[in-house]
Ligand binder design. Sequence first.
Ligand SMILES: [Zn+2]
Length: 440
Amino acid sequence: MNKLKKLVTQAMANYYLHQLRKDQWRNPQQLKEIQFERLKAVIKHAYDYVPYYHRLFKSININPSDIRNFEDVRKIPLLSKIDVQRNFTDMVARGVDISRLSAGATSGSTGIPLKVLYDPTFTRLGYQDAVNSYVLFERGVKPGDNFVTVWGRASKSIRWSKKYVKLWRGIGETVVPLFPPAKLVKILRLIKPDVLNTFPSVLITLADYDVSEINPRIIFTGGEVVTEHCREVCRKAFGLEPFEGYGCVEFGNLAFECEEHCGLHMITNIAFIEFVDEADEWVSAGEQGEIVVTGFLNDVMPFIRYRLGDLGIPTDEKCACGRSWPLIKNIQGRIDDFLVLPSGKKISHFYVLRAIFHRVLRENIFAISHYQVIQDRKDGIILKIVKGKEFSPEILDMLRKSLQYEFDKLGEPLEVNIEIVDEIPIERTGKRRIFISKVI
Ligand SMILES: [Zn+2]
């Protein structure tokens, strides 16, 4: 990027950052109005310039002027990853020179890797920079902090000692690849992060080691679901409550946990997030739904009502911090992360994770390190565990009995087999899967 472009982008980011910090305290109704104006603008832009949407809207006889309130948005069909793949060229706005665009690729953790094109212009870059900086500053990051990211997709060529990425006003980011645990601990002891940003499962791994010399002031997590197990491990090992973040390659940062830790604030200036049930209807506050997103920042390849494939619970609760961005109570993993009971009824895999945590791990937090639940048949699960530093054989019996008790309570007994393993495999992206179903 040339110097002038960098300067203009930074100036715009500064302006947008100021706006976001101001807007977070506006009254919720004003925020809704801003959001609706932006939502309408994206829909109109898509209709006018994006062949796929023009065709789609015509085929269902919708004109952008028919969208008069948030409810009307439901007239527009949902967009899946497969829709994007099949209509890739038609998803790009007319008159855009594709060769000038930047591309991002999703990890394919859903089995469908996806390429997304971005406009490398001032506006988008500036706003994205502003959002990225906003979510850091709001949670206490200061210029000059030693900001360390441990990430699975960091390539081997990135040397932790050399890599220094300017994020904003002098915040440097050191990217550390996902080295074997002992080496990772050694490196973190050496570089002493003020801010540690990584997958929840990496924090659990680190807690198996002596982390007394690694004293970050702030811990950020992303990429995987933050379980209660992970939170408790963080409190015990680092004396900190981790800050969960929610974002993706397609839209960037979407929601963040503030210092009150009572859910994730959705930044409504940059996206419209819906939560839908199996019939694609909106769920009520407090109910689990699939997360569907319309982003406002990508004019060249706008995604409207895009199925991200994650599950979350919206809530009407207000946060004690006073910020007006609405809350997601929590993110509950992937859409196919559910347990099928012998009767065929499906329940969230969180039911199993909660049983493991509340009945056994809470009082024995370092008894096991990682674990993975695999449903290999309708009437049974396998619980794979990696021994923790305070492991004792009685834990196995406690785990089996607790899970069986929970299944009996549902009136659907499932057999529980426990296997002790040396490690839970890490996927190509560096993430670990906590639940795998082989029956859906
Ligand atoms: Zn808050």
